[in-house]
Design a protein around this ligand. Structure first.
Ligand code: ACM
Length: 448
């Protein structure tokens, strides 16, 4: 990956953030993933976001363009993707059993011209935009637009998917695995390759529920014809087909660590140059590295900037485990006892910003800053921060955020206008999340 290594190039109007970003960066990939599927952000907000990333010495923006709740990428041959898949009648308000629906339509998508402008704007600031279209799960917006790509009877798929999902969570809708569906997916990725010049393209692969594939006779027949023994192998096979197609376009893939599930069968092997985005603890990173893949570390416990910033009751719509500014500062991407294979294969780190509950630019600012300051120093310097020294830099950094009109979270908690009283959250406890990650990654632990 070739890149200018200065913090915020001359093209940026935003001066470099006053952080400890001297010398050579430890990681070539210093990324942020922004989810514009759950909540769309118009182009000017993306351009501003890119300026802020550049000022933090970051150099990758992974743009999560599609999910169950919305499709944001113009594909001229499939206009319904944005016309139908880009609009939902309302959105979940809050999280957990007490959540409600807000009754407010939400829509938006980017034209290809807008995305080309974003790519050029980012490139001028030393930032590569890595587009992501998430398959074969997180597919409900696709199926609202084109039900023929769903599993089972097309009229039943249509009836189940009148619009993108208005709720949040993991949906059981997945793409079917017919040749025509793969051809559609490859055509979409061709369009993506035309707009984005990144050598790495995201294909998702996360949280694919297997129930519909398991229960569908036609899917089972296709699995048998292809010599695939399990639905996990089918998922890997599907991803391998997409990766192979992208390779023919000179691109490599990045996918979430679920991409390694079932990928040890001969029929479903991933290309060696596929990059693993390891988000569910260290298991996917270590397995990916052992298999010779490059790895980007984005463990949710340290890098998910949608997770709540404190245990306090006034934290707006608290989800996930507590991830305070000080917690981000403890992120040690490659600890001294990490396997040497992992040490060799880690190309970078990434903070992920999922936007289910970030429905405005200010809400996004609140989640991202000032935690991104600590993350940027970890990404640049390669290890946890000296908190006492970071704390001394903090006043200047917060003043800088003020100058950039960033609506960050004050150190002592949200201002009244940043709170969301009455909107329920679903806070998680760290120990129970660690147990859950153990369970979720059990098949990766079994692999090889
Ligand atoms: C993810 O958080 N679903 C990658």
């Amino acid at each position: 990956m070739s890149e200018p290594e200065s913090v915020a190039s001359a093209a940026s109007e935003v001066p470099p953030a006053p952080l400890d970003l001297d010398g050579e960066p430890r990681f070539a990939w210093r990324g942020v993933m922004l989810d514009v599927a759950r909540h769309f952000r118009p182009l000017p907000d993306l351009l501003r976001f890119v300026d802020l990333l550049a000022a933090h010495g970051l150099n990758v923006l992974q743009l999560h363009l599609t999910d169950d709740q919305g499709w944001r990428f113009e594909v001229p041959a499939y206009p319904q993707l944005t016309a139908v898949g880009g609009r939902r009648s309302e959105s979940q308000l809050g999280h957990g059993p007490e959540s409600t629906l807000d009754g407010v339509p939400h829509e938006g998508s980017y034209t290809q011209a807008e995305l080309r402008e974003l790519v050029a704007h980012a490139a001028a600031r030393g930032i590569r935009v890595v587009p992501e279209v998430d398959v074969p799960g997180h597919a409900k917006a696709i199926l609202a637009a084109y039900p023929e790509f769903g599993v089972g009877d097309v009229e039943a798929v249509r009836a189940r998917n009148a619009e993108p999902w208005t709720r949040y969570g993991i949906n059981d809708e997945v793409l079917n695995v017919e040749g025509a569906t793969l051809a559609f997916v490859c055509a979409v990725f061709d369009e993506l390759c035309d707009v984005f010049d990144s050598d790495v393209v995201g294909f998702g692969g996360d949280e694919v529920r297997k129930d519909r594939w398991a229960a569908d006779a036609r899917t089972q027949q296709l699995m048998a014809e292809r010599g695939l023994a399990t639905e996990e192998e089918l998922q890997a096979w599907f991803l391998a087909q997409v990766a192979g197609h992208l390779a023919s376009r000179g691109r490599r893939v990045i996918g979430w660590d679920e991409m390694l599930e079932g990928a040890d069968a001969a029929a479903s092997a991933l290309p060696a140059d596929a990059v693993v985005a390891s988000w569910r603890g260290p298991v996917g990173a270590e397995l990916g590295a052992r298999l010779g893949h490059d790895v980007v570390l984005c463990p949710d416990l340290w890098t998910y900037l949608d997770y709540r910033q404190s245990d306090a009751a006034d934290e707006p719509i608290p989800v996930g485990t507590v991830l305070s500014l000080a917690d981000v500062a403890t992120f040690d991407p490659v600890p001294s006892d990490a396997p040497s294979t992992l040490r060799e294969r880690v190309v970078g780190v990434q903070a992920n910003v999922w936007t289910e509950h970030l429905d405005s630019r200010d809400r996004l600012d609140y989640a991202v800053f000032p935690r991104l300051g600590a993350f940027a120093e970890v990404a640049w310097n390669g290890g946890p921060l000296d908190w006492a020294s970071f704390e001394q830099r903090l006043p200047a950094y917060l003043a800088w955020l003020d100058e950039q009109a960033v609506a960050y979270r004050p150190l002592d908690g949200p201002r009244p206008d940043q709170q969301r009283p009455g909107v329920p959250g679903a806070p998680r406890n760290r120990a129970s999340r660690i147990d859950e990650l153990e369970r979720l990654t059990s098949s990766l632990r079994r692999a090889r």
